[in-house]
Design a protein around this ligand. Structure first.
Ligand code: NAG
Ligand code: NAG
Ligand code: NAG
Ligand code: NAG
Ligand code: NAG
Ligand code: NAG
Ligand code: NAG
Ligand code: NAG
Ligand code: NAG
Ligand code: NAG
Ligand code: NAG
Ligand code: NAG
Length: 419
């Protein structure tokens, strides 16, 4: 039995998001040291930021303006520091991208967003004047060393209560010359929308295409996130299956692969704020999955708003990454956990969906490090109904047989008496 409802919700939200258009400028940012350039980025970015007002929360869309400048905190790295690109804009707002690399790949290791709530033009009616800094390590921009990272398609990064959406990105770090390398690492989203896929590694003999065998049901893992003072603030136990569509190097075509997350090779991390909580699951260096839960303080209900995935599997021509921050799944009420034993499909976009099994999560209101009472999903309630209906039907049948037997016995008694 499959449920299509979550799909419909996901697409509806995506459709609404698609209607929001923000005027975006292309920004060029360059970090230099001495006479040489080490980081160069040409990109458009916009920020969706949720903040508190006296009566509830409000969300604004802020574009990265063309007038953004490279901040002095930027650096080419060295002396144990990472290369860091900091773009300053408006009244004390900043976007920072820090890079890391090994012999083959470089990536954005963390993204920092700083925004100044005193800026009343951008954040009208904010009830605070703080400068807020949020940070995430799951950004999903990965490229081969000595190549330019290119991603024309929009991609979103969830960071605290904000979402950063990039588009038209060409960027290189650890540059060896002053210009962007002509070789490119193209993001997955672009690969699925361009007609000409990048040439696969040169293999002369056409290997028989391995038919992907569907994995069995995944194993359940237990994950938790703790506060800075060590208190557990998010609990999850669930079995997860990733359903990714990507361009296979060995098969020279886009394939659909279903892969189980292996709990014994997966670590969890994350953060908890009063109205948002993040769970990041990392399996080795190849798979990274982030969940963003938000709490609506008006209704005292929470739900999963964002899911993002980064996968760098051996058969991929470039690391896969995608995210969606306008989801509405796993709805529970504050002070209770959310449970769904049945399989659920959380559709993220055309290229990625997550299948969950035996799931119980609680992103808010944990007491004594344990799950509290659960809100059960509709699917489980329906599945529960079947045995009840069958049981009731059986009981009814037994009763009918019994009554028929008793009547029959009475009749035959009566029959003997007349003879
Ligand atoms: C940097 O530029 C200055 C002046 O243009 C030049 O004298 C110097 O040699 C250059 N340094 C390097 C490392 O190229
Ligand atoms: C918040 O309250 C003020 C005054 O009570 C009102 O003028 C304003 O419209 C309210 N804002 C929202 C978003 O409801
Ligand atoms: C993110 O990068 C900046 C700049 O390299 C660094 O100062 C900061 O500690 C990093 N944060 C994390 C969590 O790695
Ligand atoms: C924040 O904005 C206010 C008002 O626009 C400004 O006075 C202040 O300098 C800004 N803070 C920073 C850190 O730039
Ligand atoms: C570089 O990092 C990637 C993923 O982070 C990993 O798959 C790869 O094996 C690493 N390469 C080396 C040479 O360590
Ligand atoms: C702003 O409002 C939120 C909820 O509306 C509240 O939790 C927070 O404490 C307020 N902050 C300030 C500085 O008043
Ligand atoms: C990248 O380029 C530099 C300089 O041209 C070279 O020394 C290095 O080996 C190259 N690395 C890779 C992985 O191609
Ligand atoms: C730990 O921190 C959280 C908020 O960050 C607070 O609610 C909780 O009471 C703290 N617990 C202890 C034992 O200090
Ligand atoms: C994986 O996703 C594709 C496309 O959305 C779908 O047709 C397929 O049934 C999914 N497979 C599983 C096992 O969820
Ligand atoms: C990969 O597919 C493309 C188009 O389908 C084709 O032109 C190309 O020759 C193929 N490459 C290999 C190595 O099979
Ligand atoms: C992880 O679990 C799987 C299946 O339960 C098992 O086959 C594998 O050996 C385990 N790996 C490790 C490193 O424990
Ligand atoms: C929070 O819940 C209330 C009541 O259900 C709803 O009207 C409001 O739109 C919700 N707020 C957000 C940000 O979803």
């Amino acid at each position: 039995m499959t449920r299509t409802c979550p799909f419909v919700v996901g697409i509806a939200c995506f459709a609404i998001l698609g209607c929001v258009t923000v005027v975006q400028s292309q920004v060029t940012l360059e970090v230099t040291e001495g006479n040489s350039t080490c980081i160069k980025a040409e990109l458009s970015a916009s920020f969706s930021i949720t903040y508190d007002t006296a009566n509830g929360t409000r969300t604004v869309m802020v574009p990265l303006p063309g007038a953004a400048v490279v901040g002095v905190a930027s650096s080419c790295g060295g002396d144990g520091r990472s290369p860091w690109l900091v773009a300053l804009f408006g009244d004390g707002h900043a976007l920072g991208l820090s890079f890391s690399s090994n012999d083959t790949l470089y990536s954005v290791a963390n993204l920092t967003l700083q925004y100044n709530l005193s800026d009343v033009a951008t954040f009208p009616d904010a009830n605070s004047t703080d400068v807020v800094t949020v940070e995430t390590t799951s950004v999903g921009m990965v490229a081969r060393v000595n190549t330019t990272y290119r991603c024309i398609s929009a991609s979103s990064v969830i960071v605290g209560g904000a979402t950063v959406t990039f588009s038209n990105v060409t960027m290189e770090a650890y540059m060896t010359g002053d210009d962007l390398s002509p070789d490119e690492s193209v993001c997955t989203a672009d690969q699925s929308f361009t007609t000409a896929p990048p040439p696969p590694p040169s293999t002369t003999t056409a290997a028989p295409a391995p038919v992907p065998t569907p994995p069995g049901t995944p194993n359940q893992g237990s994950y938790s996130v703790s506060n800075s003072n060590g208190t557990v603030c998010l609990l999850a136990r669930m079995a997860l299956q990733l359903n990714i569509s990507y361009f296979s190097a060995s098969q020279n075509k886009t394939i659909q692969e279903v892969v189980n997350l292996l709990p014994n090779q997966t670590t969890s991390s994350g953060s908890c704020d009063p109205t948002s909580a993040t769970l990041v699951l990392t399996q080795g260096s190849a798979t990274n999955l982030s969940f963003l839960f938000t709490l609506n303080t008006t209704s005292n209900r929470y739900h999963l708003t964002g899911l993002s995935v980064v996968a760098a599997w051996s058969d991929m021509t470039a690391p896969f990454n995608t995210s969606n921050s306008s989801l509405d799944y796993l709805r529970g009420s504050l002070g209770r956990s959310y449970m769904c034993i049945s399989e659920q499909t959380l559709a993220v976009d055309q290229t990625f969906s997550l299948n969950t099994f035996q799931l119980q999560v609680q992103p808010f209101g944990i007491t004594r490090g344990q799950f509290t009472q659960a809100d059960e999903c509709q699917l489980d309630q329906d599945n529960m109904l079947i045995p009840i209906v069958v049981g009731a039907a059986l009981a009814g049948l037994v009763l009918i047989v019994l009554i028929a037997y008793l009547i029959g016995r009475k009749k035959s008694h009566a029959g003997y008496q007349t003879i």
